[in-house]
Write a protein of this length. Structure first.
Length: 96
């Protein structure tokens, strides 16, 4: 049987470490099994940043319909509430 070993320390003065330790303490399975299961779940659900951006933009645009730009002779159109929310979301996402 091929096994690998690591040492894992928790600094209980650090809130994040303490929360993780307390979670492990509540598990009925071994700490080793709980950590392996948590890491496996993270690895299976990990997405690339490009995939996250693509999904975010797709979600923002799913209810938006595009219309041609008005010609110079037509008055400017006022953005709908949905369009305004989309523009605000894109501005905050892009840091504008």
């Amino acid at each position: 049987m091929d096994t690998k070993r690591i040492s894992l320390r928790f600094n209980l003065d650090n809130e994040s470490d303490r929360i993780a330790w307390e979670y492990l303490e509540t598990r009925s399975e071994s700490k080793n099994r709980a950590i392996i299961e948590a890491l496996r779940c993270i690895a299976e659900n990990e997405k690339s940043i490009a995939e996250i951006i693509r999904e975010t933009i797709s979600d923002c645009l799913k209810n938006v319909t595009l219309a041609p730009e008005p010609s110079q002779n037509e008055p400017d159109m006022v953005a709908s509430d949905d369009e305004s929310l989309l523009l605000e979301a894109m501005d905050s996402f892009l840091g504008c």
